[in-house]
Design a protein around this ligand. Structure first.
Ligand code: ATP
Ligand code: 6CM
Ligand code: CA
Length: 551
């Protein structure tokens, strides 16, 4: 890194006026600051803005939002920058467009300021995008995607000198297909205006395109995937917007637009989900079987309700009181490095994530080989020991990030990291309805949802899931409250660790007294037929297969 002294060629210092107040403005390369000076030449308040957070510099007195207006005066210039707002209890995560209009003593000085500021921007913000491909889903969330983009985002992109090619989608998967097939030359990034489903389309399109160009078959679980050269920007306009919330910290189109403008980026863990034979799917937030799969399947019938469909379907599925048999195998991550029960939160500059590259790819020097060495560890099962559990579950969830969203401000796994190469596997064993309600309710508060006797959480590198043989074909089974069949299921639950191919029995799970006490209550709720197999919810999309291998 160069120091400020070495950057004095970009520096500038002079008096400037804002209205009738005099300021001393200083540009040092990395920073632009202005200090009000009183009549006795004493310094008052200083505002310091990193050059990397300057969104744009305009000649004249300019306003952008809510509408653009320009007063073309030849001694004035306007600087737009990222201003952290404490609104909504988000402690500076909410960003607004700050604006200051300066007057100079002469036009020459004004031109010097605009020239120096723009040069500093080029030098100190080299990762800013110049050309973006924007996909708008006009039907996501509350169907406001187009309005959000045109009124809040496009003016900011224009200010920042970004040219955008906008496509309003006319069908599902259009954005994915475009990324897979069309010419992407000249674009520095892609943007989705929509929800998690739209993000997922772009993710699949970009990963697929990158593998195609590298001549790789992404459906082959043994293939080492190539990293994607393009970044994805998310303008939230969906129902859950979990990827946006968990990465940016707030769901706010202006904040997201500003992150895109200044070239911010956040690496993300992506989980590949393979069927036995069919196409691979990718997940970054929730891969969920049981409750979350059922909620999604139910909610698809009520899309017309908009974001409310999840609340309605959540209640319907909760009342149907289902649990499912399953065999879960997982490869634990190194417990010395982090744990899903620690109290860390993964934010920008997270120490676990900043060391993750080194840890995951210890012998590599460039990103191409980094990825190869990462995935080669999964092609052989030599690293670590697979743990196997079998029984009846309310839900089995795998999340690569916290998956926080407005419904669940701390998320499915509050201390999950965004880019540490691991996911958190949450096993919720069958329990009585009130116990499960307690588990769900804790997602909405700061209470630990893992501190319950029927919940387990494991930080993992890979997971396999299947249903016990015979179950796939069996479409319905009689549940009849906590019937003898469920007790049977409980007795089935065994934890095993496979060591050198041999299965070592660890524990027999017993039905807790809490569960037994709830049995009569349950009978009233669920004496009806229920499917024996659930579906997988993969970031809000239903997977057409049950048996999966994830890494
Ligand atoms: N023009 C379109 N018509 C119909 N469906 C579309 C169109 N464009 C995109 N889609 C699909 O709509 C689905 C849902 O979109 P999106 O994720 O934007 O909103 P959402 O489901 O309301 O929000 P969230 O995913 O955050 O819950 C996506 O899976 C996407 O493939
Ligand atoms: C008594 C109060 C009970 C309240 C229960 C709240 C539980 C909330 C947990 C929320 C977890 C969201 C995980 C994110 C998943 C997204 O990838 C996915 C796509 O947008 N959303 C859903 O599948 C939508 C899934 C919605 C589930 C409700
Ligand atoms: Ca992770």
């Amino acid at each position: 890194r160069r120091t400020d002294d070495q950057n004095m060629d970009l520096g500038l210092e002079s008096s400037l006026w804002v209205g009738n107040k005099r300021y001393r403005a200083v540009l040092t390369g990395w920073h632009f600051k202005w200090t009000e000076v009183d009549k006795k030449n004493r310094d008052k308040k200083t505002v310091l803005v990193p050059v990397a957070e300057v969104a744009g510099v305009e000649e004249g007195r300019v306003e952008i939002l809510p509408q653009k207006s320009v007063e073309d005066t030849d001694k004035d210039f306007t600087v737009f920058y990222v201003k952290r707002s404490s609104g909504g209890g988000s402690y500076g995560l909410l960003w607004r467009l700050g604006r200051i209009q300066f007057s100079c003593a002469s036009r020459v000085l004004r031109d010097q300021w605009t020239k120096h500021l723009r040069a500093a921007l080029k030098t100190h913000s080299p990762l800013r995008p110049h050309r973006l491909l924007v996909f708008i889903n006009p039907f996501g969330g509350k169907k406001k995607g187009r309005q959000i983009y045109h009124s809040l985002v496009a003016p900011l992109f224009e200010l920042a000198g970004i040219s955008s090619h906008v496509i309003v989608t006319e069908r599902a998967n259009q954005a994915r297909d475009h990324l897979l097939k069309k010419d992407l030359t000249g674009f520095d990034g892609v943007v989705c205006v929509g929800g998690d489903g739209m993000f997922s389309e772009l993710l699949h399109g970009l990963i697929g395109r990158t593998q195609q160009e590298a001549g790789l078959c992404e459906n082959d679980p043994a293939v080492a995937l190539q990293p994607c050269p393009l970044h994805i920007g998310i303008i939230p306009a969906g129902s859950t917007d979990c990827v946006c919330f968990a990465t940016v910290g707030v769901v706010d189109p202006v904040t997201s637009a500003l992150h895109i403008i200044i070239g911010d980026s956040q690496p993300l863990d992506v989980c590949s989900v393979h069927d036995v034979s069919a196409q691979v799917r990718y997940s970054v937030s929730l891969l969920g079987y049981g409750f979350y799969g059922d909620v999604l399947a139910e909610s698809e019938k009520h899309r017309w309700m908009g974001p409310l469909r999840y609340d309605y379907s959540g209640a319907v599925v909760y009342l149907s009181n289902r649990s499912y048999s399953g065999i879960v195998q997982y490869l634990p991550a190194d417990p010395l490095l982090s744990s899903p029960r620690d109290k860390t939160r993964c934010l920008a500059g997270c120490s676990v994530c900043s060391r993750s590259t080194e840890r995951l790819f210890p012998h590599s020097s460039d990103s191409g080989s980094l990825y190869s060495s990462h995935f080669s560890q999964f092609s052989t099962d030599s690293e670590g020991e697979w743990v196997s559990v079998e029984g009846r579950f309310r839900c089995v969830s795998l999340t690569c990030m916290s998956s926080s969203c407005a419904r669940s401000p701390l998320g499915l796994s509050p201390s999950a990291h965004l880019a540490d190469g691991t996911g958190d596997l949450i096993l919720v064993w069958d329990t009585h309805p009130l116990g499960f309600l307690k588990f769900l309710y804790r997602h909405t508060s700061t209470q630990d949802q893992f501190d319950l006797p029927f919940v387990e959480v494991h930080r993992v590198k890979a997971v396999r899931f299947s249903v016990p043989s015979g179950r796939e074909e069996q479409e319905y089974e009689e549940i009849g409250g906590f019937s003898s069949e469920i007790d049977e299921g409980q007795r089935e639950c065994v934890d095993t660790v496979s060591r050198n191919g041999s299965q070592q029995h660890l524990a027999q799970r017993a039905m807790t007294s809490e569960r037994k006490a709830a049995t009569p209550f349950l009978c009233g709720l669920c004496c009806k037929k229920s499917p024996s197999v659930s579906v997988w919810n993969c970031d809000g999309e239903i997977l057409p297969f049950t048996k999966i291998v994830c890494k």
